[in-house]
Ligand binder design. Sequence first.
Ligand SMILES: Nc1ncnc2c1ncn2[C@@H]1O[C@H](COP(=O)(O)OP(=O)(O)OP(=O)(O)O)[C@@H](O)[C@H]1O
Ligand SMILES: [Mg+2]
Length: 268
Amino acid sequence: MNDRVNAPVVLEVRHISLGFGGVQALTDISFDVREHEIRAIIGPNGAGKSSMLNCINGVYQPQQGQILLRGEDVGRFSPRVRLRRVAEMGVARTFQNLALFKGMSVLDNIMTGRHLHMHTGLVAQALRNPWWSRAAREENTQRQHVERIIDFLEIQSHRKTPVGRLPYGLQKRVDLGRALAMEPRVLLLDEPMAGMNVEEKQDMCRFILDVNDEFGTTIVLIEHDMGVVMDISDRVVVLDYGRKIGDGTPDEVRADDAVISAYLGTDH
Ligand SMILES: Nc1ncnc2c1ncn2[C@@H]1O[C@H](COP(=O)(O)OP(=O)(O)OP(=O)(O)O)[C@@H](O)[C@H]1O
Ligand SMILES: [Mg+2]
């Protein structure tokens, strides 16, 4: 973990403020994320954690502040360009509320994460038009990639199963697979273990650590389970009512009075 302290900054959040009408979701938030680290964002319900991820991946446009990805300010692009640019720069995310196609198979759901890497459009593939052979070859290559992710996540026996029929814990794993299919360099995980039992949480922790280790992926993790956060994070940002009230290693954050009273003292 120590080598990560000096690793280059891949993501810098600078003085971000975001409001929705009367609701101030984020106020003057700054923090950085270093290459290869696991950076947790914690805080009570409504603290602004998901909104923060939505600013990072370009879905929300903050009223103030900057998001720098490898030094590039992504806020200067129009919303559509920004979303694409952020994805092309290797940022992928999973969702607090699953965003999978329930009627589609595990394999096809994960395949949707490959669109950025496809040269032939999905429409061309669907129509089986004159580019058919090229499209078929392309689809084959993409499928092989997806099969590797399916092996990695140990869901081979479910590859043809419609996602809606899987237990919730496995659906979360498929959502991780969809994000991994984008070959992210920075992976944003919004409560990947919410609603899971102990065993499912342990599995998810192992996959997150393996992704971080084996692919060198930088991870930004929102999680309510303090045991998990303290176990696997390098550094933790603490939000409360849209403000940053703590930032440091798990030990530093655990010992911080403001954090204890605002968050750790509650029953989360
Ligand atoms: N699209 C939106 N429109 C209006 N208000 C919003 C929107 N998104 C978030 N908010 C508000 O911003 C605040 C922060 O919400 P956010 O979802 O970011 O919190 P959170 O920390 O992720 O909470 P939780 O732990 O419950 O997921 C809340 O008051 C929420 O109601
Ligand atoms: Mg949230």
